[in-house]
Ligand binder design. Structure first.
Ligand code: HEC
Ligand code: HEC
Length: 216
């Protein structure tokens, strides 16, 4: 595998991820809600994200949450609440959630394992697999697998991408800098992906999204 030169910002962000994985004091706080309240909230999430968290294609793609890394899922809910990640729907959903509810929701979705929704043009997948496994050395794009894992299951703050809706993935990559890292005073984990998203053409985004969307 080729060694890529990561910019200092990237290195700092990666260190921040590594160190944030330790010392999560809130993990030991007892739940401040009943099982009924948790179930009701999970049911609410599933009206948009699908009955098994598999995602849903409505007016816009609702991302798959099933099997998602809890740390990534919690990071995104916090980012919506603090408007570092812009999405009016998810701001409204997330800002009423207590920290212990967020943790319980993340644990619930992690354990779901439905089949991917699929639906991407299959002829794009081989080119997408090549980008995922090898990156694009000429564009200084590292292999996606080096952070998201060889099977795209993610780890910690690095999200699972396997089985994610292809139209959601392409849109997120194309809009990266408009939606994430929106508070310059609070740089976050989204900075790691920014140069990578910028290094892909629209066609390459569609290819890697098609490949990932069928992975179980
Ligand atoms: C009214 C519909 C709706 C409801 C209800 C809803 N969501 Fe969402 N959610 C969305 C949409 C749309 C997006 C995609 C936002 C985007 O494109 O950036 C999203 C994105 C997310 C993301 C980011 C996923 C990723 O891969 O980055 C998380 C995490 C999430 N929702 C969790 C939840 C949880 C937990 C609940 C229940 C408490 C919930 N959502 C309820 C519509 C909804
Ligand atoms: C240097 C590590 C690294 C590499 C290499 C990398 N990513 Fe990421 N990626 C991340 C991190 C960290 C996040 C979470 C960003 C956040 O917290 O907002 C992420 C998030 C994403 C998301 C958003 C997922 C969602 O559910 O919204 C997509 C899509 C994505 N990456 C695709 C890719 C693709 C495609 C490649 C290869 C071309 C790639 N990544 C390479 C670190 C990396």
């Amino acid at each position: 595998m080729k060694i890529f030169s990561l910019q200092p910002l990237l290195q700092a962000a990666i260190l921040a991820i590594v160190f944030s994985a330790t010392g999560r004091a809130e993990d030991s706080v007892p739940a401040a809600f009943s099982k009924q309240e948790l179930d009701a909230k999970i049911g609410y999430c599933k009206t948009c994200h699908g009955l098994s968290g598999q995602g849903f294609r409505g007016a816009s793609p609702m991302p798959r949450l099933a099997g998602q890394q809890p740390e990534y899922l919690e990071n995104q809910l916090k980012a919506f609440i603090e408007r570092r990640r812009t999405n009016p729907v998810m701001f409204n959903v997330a800002h009423v959630l207590s920290p212990s509810m967020v943790t319980a929701l993340a644990a619930h979705f992690k354990d779901l394992n439905p089949k991917p929704l699929g639906g991407a043009p299959r002829d794009l997948a081989p080119a997408g697999k090549k980008i995922y496994d090898e990156g694009l050395p000429d564009a200084n794009v590292p292999p996606c697998a080096s952070c998201h894992g060889p099977e795209a299951k993610g780890e910690g703050a690095f999200p699972r991408l396997a089985g994610q809706l292809h139209d959601y993935l392409s849109r997120k990559l194309a809009n990266w800098s408009k939606e994430r890292g929106q508070d310059p005073a609070k740089p976050d984990t989204s900075a790691i992906m920014e140069p990578i998203a910028h290094g892909l053409t629209e066609q390459q985004m569609a290819a890697v999204a098609a490949y990932l969307s069928d992975l179980e």
